[in-house]
Design a protein around this ligand. Structure first.
Ligand code: AGP
Length: 613
């Protein structure tokens, strides 16, 4: 996903601020970067470079080589046009007057490009974004007013966008516009900002506004004016970001991912404690009534990637607690499946970033069909959070590593709380069970701390197994569900192929792939089916597999008799056990990737939030 930053200051130079902001957004994933700065003497100065941000920083002597108090910057995650210097943003209009950065996709760029080519416009790149820069110039030459030109331009383009725009005729104005791709306005002492996310500017200001779809902002060093798509002024609410800068920094750890794995106990504590009062789950920001709950005919859980794996765990748990059918769906499949949604359907949408386009589009489709949408989101004020009927935040704090860990476990535990809350409304769970689960949820941070003391064991196993080229994760029920997450974690950051399998299903085909030396990570933490899980471990051992097991204290002895190696997690209630069982899998992926020298926080081809479909 691309990253955008813009600054317009009173007298502070823009270039160093732009580079610093881009560096704080590196975690979003990118393949090239660029900045444009306007100065009286030199007009628009543009520098772009393929590769890591350091290349751009060296090219501009850390920004010192560019003068001016107005500028825009961009990290590009290629969609149209290969990663190279020419396709990098900012894109410049033909006469060199307008510079633009873009996050999103212009669906009708070819049609617009054709029209502009017919008018003799010359293009330099293969990107959809450059078309907007040229179209802007066309309309600006028509009306000689940048705000009007932007309005005309937006009415002609289709697709998703967050734009940062500067024009050499406007020495003190930065223009921004957004539709579907997030864009934040920042109000600072020495000037004002735009950014794709708060991490880019929190060092300079905590006071922000979140742009809404169709809005255009004109930002100067001492004013921020926002307009709707008819250019009618809009009053924007300001929010104060309450997490501190260090939360978005590595704090001495080698990788954000490792830091965030270790932050899980605190993240779970922050997510849970405000929602349990006098032994009951209280979800103040949720106004679901018992009548509404009783009227629910179907529950959908929709998400992508790891968030989808949270849904798979929650399906098992909610059906157990609510005795109602729960369907899980990949967002990219749901939206095109003509889903059975009506006013009696509760649609849970899970997303760390709150900006995943597939998930956003699926939520909109569910709303269009009359469903009631509840979003489980980590980023406050994100698009999904603001469009859902209800939103519950996981208070995990900013998650910088592309591979999610603390957001995943806080989503798990928040879904457990919501499941208990609904079960209580439906009177579908015994009070003793309710109490037992809630107690275990409250003990999670302490048990996670205890578990994280075993980091060394997992590191040892990773050093034994990191050379494998194909690894299986097997388990039953909730163990299968966390196996999905363990497999994705490993693939994402170590680039080793792996597959999660319901272990009872192995014998129906895939077991043919098990041969002497095949590494199988066997999950044995789901107590009700431990015996079954054990028989599947014996099955793969009989075919020569090497078995690394994840099990609980209760089953340690039995598992260690058969598995070649074991990581043991504290016992918990079956509903809550996945939040513990997944942690060794996160650590295993981390240490294998570390052994392989992979770029753990910024894995190849991946972005922290995929805002394209
Ligand atoms: C997980 O480690 C990946 N980064 C990816 O699968 C992610 O979970 C998925 O893209 C969904 O992102 P979201 O939670 O921000 O919507």
């Amino acid at each position: 996903m691309c990253g955008i930053i813009g600054f317009v200051g009173k007298d502070e130079q823009a270039a160093p601020i732009l580079l610093d902001g881009l560096e704080r957004m590196e975690y979003r994933g990118y393949d090239s970067a660029g900045i444009a700065v306007r100065s009286e003497a030199k007009g628009l100065q543009v520098r772009k470079a393929k590769g890591r941000l350091k290349v751009l920083s060296d090219l501009t002597q850390g920004g010192a080589e560019l003068e001016g108090v107005l500028g825009i910057g961009h990290t590009r995650w290629a969609t149209h046009g290969e990663p190279n210097d020419v396709n990098a943003h900012p894109h410049i209009s033909e006469n060199g007057q307008i510079a633009l950065v873009h996050n999103g996709i212009i669906e009708n760029y070819l049609e617009l490009k054709e029209q502009l080519l017919k008018r003799g416009v010359k293009f330099t790149s293969d990107t959809d974004s450059e078309v907007v820069a040229q179209l802007l110039e066309f309309h600006y030459n028509e009306c000689h007013n940048m705000l009007e030109a932007v309005g005309r331009c937006l009415r002609r383009i289709e697709g998703s966008y967050a734009f940062g725009i500067i024009c050499s005729d406007y020495p003190n104005a930065l223009i921004a516009a957004r539709k579907d791709s997030p864009l934040i306005l920042g109000y600072g002492e020495s000037g004002n900002y735009i950014a794709s996310d708060v991490t880019a500017i929190i060092k300079y200001t905590r006071e922000v506004s979140y742009m809404d779809d169709g809005e255009i902002a004109v930002i100067t060093s001492n004013s921020v004016d926002v307009f709707d798509d008819e250019l009618t002024p809009v009053d924007k609410k300001r929010s104060v970001v309450d997490w501190d800068v260090s939360a978005a920094e590595k704090g001495g750890y080698a990788h954000f991912m490792f830091k965030e794995i270790l932050e899980q106990p605190e993240a779970v504590r922050r997510t849970v404690s405000p929602r349990i009062k006098d032994g009951r789950v209280v979800l103040d920001d949720l106004d679901l009534t018992a009548d509404y709950a009783r009227g629910i005919s179907r529950i959908y859980m929709i998400a992508c990637g790891s968030a989808y794996h949270v849904a798979v765990v929650s399906k098992y748990n909610w059906e157990r607690l609510l005795r109602r059918p729960v369907e899980v769906a990949l967002a990219s499949e749901f939206r095109y499946s003509d889903p059975l949604v009506d006013e009696h359907t509760l649609v849970i949408v899970i997303s760390q970033s709150g900006e995943t386009l597939d998930t956003m589009a699926a939520m909109r489709e569910a709303k269009r069909r009359g469903g009631r949408t509840l979003a489980i989101v980590n980023v406050v004020g994100s698009s999904i959070a603001r469009e859902a009927d209800d939103v519950l935040y996981t208070w995990a704090g900013p998650e910088i590593a592309v591979a999610t860990t603390k957001a995943y476990t806080t989503q798990l535990v928040l879904m457990d709380l919501v499941g208990l809350y609904l079960a209580d409304l439906l009177d579908s769970v015994e009070q003793a069970e309710y109490k037992a689960i809630l107690e275990e949820i409250q003990l999670l941070p302490e048990k996670m701390d205890q578990l994280l003391e075993q980091v060394g064991d997992v590191q040892y196993f990773a050093s034994r197994y990191f050379n494998h080229t194909s690894i299986f994760f097997i388990g039953r029920n909730l163990d299968y569900a966390i196996g999905l997450e363990g497999s994705l974690k490993l693939k994402e950051i170590s680039y080793i192929h792996s597959e999660a399998y319901a272990s009872g299903e192995l014998k129906h085909g895939t077991i043919s792939l098990i041969e002497p030396g095949t590494l199988v990570v066997a999950l044995g933490t789901y107590a009700p089916l431990f015996d079954k899980a054990m028989s599947n471990v014996v099955e793969v051992k009989a075919r020569g597999a090497e078995v690394l097991s994840i099990t609980t204290e209760s089953f340690r002895e039995r598992m260690e008799k058969t598995a070649d190696a074991s990581v043991v997690v504290p016992d918990s209630h079956p509903v809550v056990q996945p939040s513990l069982g997944v942690i060794p899998l996160q650590l295993f992926a981390y240490y294998v990737a570390l052994q392989k020298g992979c770029d753990i926080d910024k894995p190849r081809n991946l972005a922290k939030s995929v805002t394209v479909e």
